[in-house]
Ligand binder design. Structure first.
Ligand code: NAP
Length: 303
């Protein structure tokens, strides 16, 4: 049995769907999904904030795909992730696959909880594979969409990226890696021989990096007219984050600061070893921008 956590979310949901597509191909592989909103029947109920739910949620699991649950203050995330590691050990899980953060993100504030969790897992009595996921392409798409209305008005695309660029990756590609690693880990556990992914850390950095000028070019193409990039100082961004959860605002500023410092452009990636043709992230960003631009044109025409 493989149990996947966070299946109500985008990454866990894709991993579960991918594993179900290979489930049981003559080998008796079973897969169960878990999440804190799980009903306990179709989806196992695993609330990391309530460790008492985890014994039943992880029962029978030989392999656990542990999707991080990072949307909270660090102390909450550490408690959650510590509870998962403890419950996996108690349940007799043989191999845990953890979705972490890529090495280029080492200086991001969100790295703290990921690196703490990796250390906890390293000391646990089961095999571990760490999937160090790059930042999602939708983060860059979100920046492009945020700057779109002003670009329509003024021909200037403003974003707090300085001259830096950020390597991003399609979440579906990260899910595909997790599916392959989990299925192979399960086969190795059942076969009882060498475990090819045990003790391995894979850096799944995006192969493409985008910065302010790249996003401005994508916006210009969507609008069919010239758009120039203007770097927004971090001090000007902070007030606009006031509506966010305080921890989220801190992580967001940290992300921008890391881009400005040029730290989020990856130098290499293990992704090609797992995904033959990674999805081109510029196309994903352009698709989101094109759709939003069409919506803005339709609104302008109507009103
Ligand atoms: N690489 C990146 O760029 C990036 C960006 C953002 C986040 N992340 C990390 O990657 C994870 C997966 O990303 P995603 O896109 O799938 O996020 P998502 O769609 O927001 O899903 C988050 C998942 O976390 C689960 N969760 C939250 N609190 C939980 C708790 N107390 N106990 C158990 N499960 C809990 C949610 O389950 P319920 O809905 O059932 O509560 C949900 O399934 C995130 O949780 C975050 O840690 C990575």
């Amino acid at each position: 049995m493989i149990v996947v956590t966070g299946v109500s979310g985008a990454l866990g949901g894709s991993i579960l769907a991918g594993l179900r597509a290979v489930e049981g191909i003559g080998e008796g592989m079973e897969v169960a999904g878990a999440s804190s909103s799980g009903d306990g029947e179709r989806v196992r109920h695993a609330d990391f904030d309530r460790p008492e739910t985890l014994e039943e949620a992880f029962a029978g699991a030989k392999v656990l795909v542990f999707v991080s649950a990072g949307y909270a203050e660090d102390d909450v995330v550490l408690a959650r992730h510590g509870a998962v590691v403890g419950a996996a050990a108690d349940a007799g899980v043989e191999h845990v696959i953890y979705t972490s953060l890529a090495g280029s993100g080492d200086r991001l504030t969100i790295a703290l909880a990921h690196r703490w969790t990796e250390a906890r897992l390293a000391g646990a009595p089961f095999d571990v594979t760490v999937l160090r996921n790059g930042l999602y392409a939708e983060i860059a798409a979100g920046l492009a969409l945020a700057g779109l209305p002003d670009a329509v008005e003024s021909g200037v695309f403003a974003a707090p990226l300085g001259t830096g660029r950020v390597s991003v990756v399609a979440r579906e590609d990260l899910a595909a890696v997790a599916v392959r690693v989990a299925a192979e880990a399960w086969r190795d556990v059942v076969a009882g021989g060498e475990r090819r992914h045990a003790g391995r850390t894979y850096e799944l950095e995006g192969l493409d990096a985008v910065g302010g000028h790249d996003l401005a070019a994508i916006v210009a193409e969507a609008l069919g007219r010239p758009v120039t990039y203007a770097a927004v100082p971090l001090g000007a961004v902070r007030p606009a984050l006031a509506g966010m959860e305080p921890y989220q605002a801190g992580h967001t500023i940290s992300t921008y600061a890391n881009v400005v410092a040029g730290l989020l452009e990856a130098r290499g990636s293990d992704l090609p070893a797992f995904v033959e043709s990674p999805r081109p992230v510029r196309d994903l960003i352009a698709a989101a921008v094109n759709q939003a631009a069409e919506g803005l044109s339709a609104e302008a025409a109507a009103g």
